[in-house]
Design a protein around this ligand. Structure first.
Ligand code: ADP
Ligand code: MG
Length: 699
């Protein structure tokens, strides 16, 4: 069904246009103030907004409302209340009070708090975030909210993001003021997140317990045809997938999500959706919505959308490119090299702030994308390695090294850099990114953080980028505000920052072995797994950083680390249990029956005539028997060791044990199973193979 796109776009969103049309002037202004500078709504304004919002929502078919929040589980949470209120003896009216809009109280005891919430105080609060518009979906009015404990401590992913935006705005404004830009009132980081995903047929999904429980396959030999031919990337979109994408676009547009680009990705059954960028808090909420809708729309098409970072071993996994830049309310992109020398000085300052921040806080960036799923992807020659580095492009690196050494910059176009910041050269704008292996690449007027996992809530990497850059800007502003000569100090600052942090710049192949060695020489961190990265969260420098900008308190950081470690361990524990289950219930019976079949064949041949060879059957049987011995041994070991896991209480120890023992043994068990799969008759294999799954959407 073709619909008028401009007409349906945002039609289910209580956005600025709707508010302007429907709210009384005073109430509208109050909401704008709440959005722009966080001024809380007065009782009367809130009452008015709630009532107008309810009327609008009912017109859109809503019967319920829900505070929509993002607890530390990684997925969004919602609890729906209907608008109905008893009226008289047998009637109801539709009611939505200002209290229901602004604040919700919910039992937080089943959400992870990492020790922040004492057991006797199970209450948690959801608080309306007016900077992200309410919307109607599936008959409910969704109100985006932050989620915190009774004491005001963050229990969710959104709160630190909102706090980081304030910190960022404060520091960026200080810098802009130094450049004479007093007309800028607000600076907001922007984000466009390219989302990768797999689509498979529901019928194969339902036969794979590992996909159902873990989102990834725990067994499965490589398919005969993988991604070697690269014929899937940007290939023609199959009609079922196309129908799915069309409906997804429509649903997203209705909710005001700027879904823009869609195409097939590298691996078979893999696709991507990229939105037009927007301010970071909205981009973050919209990415959560996008992921949810991908799943529900797929379901309507008899498909399943997999958002796991590595659903299939030996096949490319899915990531999410987090494109990050900085916008002002005067529509300036602060990471856009300007046309005039003084704009360039400002650009270089922001650029150098990002470079210094990334170098100083490699640990935090690695932590921001750390998860059990993403560990399978980082460093597997398909995604950036676990080492953080920045790619700037030749031209820009040339400009920076010239500034550092105080020499002239000879661009290919013969434009020269005269030192003295007011006469910096125009920086070539076409310095586009040709290095796809870099984890943090400058791509013309934004940075692209490519280590983010496909299922990650981008609030996390973004609150970390915002905070570390804000901190750098603070340091710069402290220095520049007190300088006798702004230009001289600025030049010194840029030069010294480059000198100090240039080790983080790398334009070569990040997938290569040489880079691992080189990075080590440079003293860069290489935190290979989540378990290596997470304990660094609570380092003194990080506690000080987050406290300095009021983004997270010491307690909140500690609780976050505990939650993430526990979550990691839980995931691997579930995987190990599922692995054992599949091994015993599906693989063992399959091996036994195939071996029985072979034995029977051999015996029959023997009885028939001594002269007939059964070399083939014997060979397969011998190989299977050897492998199944190994398989059995590993299965017993894993079963034994999972019992030990249940006796460990400390989260870090649990996580380490999961990685070093359980994950390793699961892999060993799988190696045997996958080898046996290749020897067995197709009809003996009890679940869909990689071939069946990856090519399950045929037309
Ligand atoms: P590629 O696949 O080459 O990385 P795409 O064009 O698919 O690039 O995606 C680029 C993404 O970057 C889009 O989501 C786009 O909206 C986003 N983007 C562009 N400009 C900015 C910006 N100033 N701030 C944040 N994101 C941006
Ligand atoms: Mg990209």
């Amino acid at each position: 069904m073709i619909q008028n796109i401009p007409e349906i776009f945002g039609s289910m969103v209580f956005n600025d246009k709707v508010m302007k049309e429907r709210l009384p002037k005073e109430a509208y202004k109050a909401v704008r103030r709440a959005i722009e500078d966080g001024t809380p709504l007065s009782h009367d304004s809130a009452k008015c907004v709630a009532s107008v919002m309810k009327e609008w929502a009912i017109e859109k078919g809503a019967t319920h409302f829900t505070h929509w929040f993002q607890p530390m589980t990684g997925i969004t949470a919602e609890k729906h209340d209907s608008f109905i209120e008893p009226f008289g003896e047998s009637e109801v009216i539709m009611k939505f009070s200002e209290k229901s809009l602004v604040k919700g109280e919910s039992d937080a005891s089943s959400f992870p708090s990492g020790g922040l919430r004492a057991t006797f105080e199970a209450r948690g609060y959801t608080a309306w975030d007016p900077t992200s518009y309410a919307f109607v979906k599936d008959g409910s009015l969704y109100i985006p909210t932050a989620f915190c404990s009774y004491g005001g401590e963050a229990l969710d992913k959104k709160t630190p993001l909102l706090r980081s935006l304030e910190a960022f705005n404060t520091q960026a404004l200080r810098i802009l003021k130094l450049f004479g830009k007093t007309n800028v009132k607000k600076v907001t980081p922007t984000c466009g997140s390219e989302q990768e995903y797999f689509l498979i047929d529901k019928s194969v999904y339902e036969k794979r317990l590992d996909l159902i429980h873990c989102g990834r396959t725990l067994f499965g030999a490589r398919p005969a045809k993988g991604q070697e031919l690269e014929d899937h990337y940007y290939g023609a979109i199959k009609s079922r997938v196309s129908a799915f994408m069309k409906e997804l676009d429509q649903e997203l547009w209705k909710l005001g999500v700027y879904a823009k680009t869609k195409h097939n990705e590298v691996a078979p059954a893999q696709h991507e959706l990229a939105p037009v960028f927007t301010s970071i808090n909205i981009a973050s909420d919209q990415n959560q919505l996008t992921m949810e809708l991908m799943k529900s729309v797929a379901n309507r098409h008899g498909l399943v959308c997999l958002l796991h970072e590595k659903p299939f071993a030996s096949v490319n996994g899915s990531g999410k490119h987090d494109n990050w830049s900085i916008s002002t309310d005067t529509n300036e992109n602060l990471l856009d090299p300007g046309a005039t020398p003084s704009e360039n000085a400002q650009f270089l300052l922001f650029l150098v702030a990002v470079i210094s921040a990334v170098d100083k806080h490699q640990d935090l960036l690695r932590i921001s994308v750390a998860s059990a799923g993403n560990d399978h992807r980082l460093g597997a020659d398909e995604a950036p390695p676990a080492i953080i580095s920045i790619y700037l492009g030749e031209e820009l690196e040339g400009v920076l090294s010239a500034i550092e050494s105080g020499s002239l910059y000879n661009a290919k176009k013969k434009s020269e850099l005269k030192i003295g910041v007011s006469v910096l050269p125009p920086i070539p704008k076409d310095s586009t990114d040709r290095n796809r292996t870099s984890p943090f690449a400058f791509t013309g007027n934004k940075f692209e953080f490519r280590m983010v996992g496909s299922s990650t809530n981008i609030a996390c990497p973004n609150f970390i980028i915002n905070t570390i850059v804000a901190d750098e800007l603070k340091e710069f502003a402290d220095r520049l505000e007190n300088a006798d000569n702004f230009n001289v100090e600025l030049n010194k600052l840029i030069a010294s920052s480059i000198k100090e942090h240039k080790r983080i710049l790398f334009s070569g192949n990040n997938y290569s072995k040489e880079w691992q060695a080189e990075a080590k020489r440079r003293g860069l961190l290489n935190l290979k797994s989540t378990v290596d990265a997470l304990p660094l969260y609570t380092q003194q420098k990080n506690v000080e950083l987050f406290e300095r900008h009021r983004v997270l308190s010491k307690n909140e950081i500690h609780s976050r680390m505990e939650i993430l470690l526990e979550n990691y361990a839980n995931i691997i524990n579930i995987e190990a249990l599922t692995c054992i289950d599949i091994a015993r219930k599906h693989i063992v019976p399959a091996i036994i029956s195939y071996q029985a079949f072979l034995l029977n064949e051999i015996n029959l041949k023997r009885q028939y005539s001594k002269d007939i060879s059964s070399r083939l059957e014997q060979d397969v049987l011998n190989r299977l028997a050897t492998l199944s011995d190994g398989f059995f041994e590993k299965l017993e070991k894993l079963t034994e060791n999972i019992k030990k896991y249940q006796k460990i209480w400390d989260n870090l120890k649990k996580a380490k044990y999961s990685k070093n023992v359980l994950l390793k043994e699961m892999q060993e068990l799988r190696n045997y199973a996958d080898k046996m799969e290749l020897l067995m008759g197709k009809e003996y294999i009890k679940f869909p193979t990689y071939e069946d799954i990856l090519y399950s959407v045929k037309y």
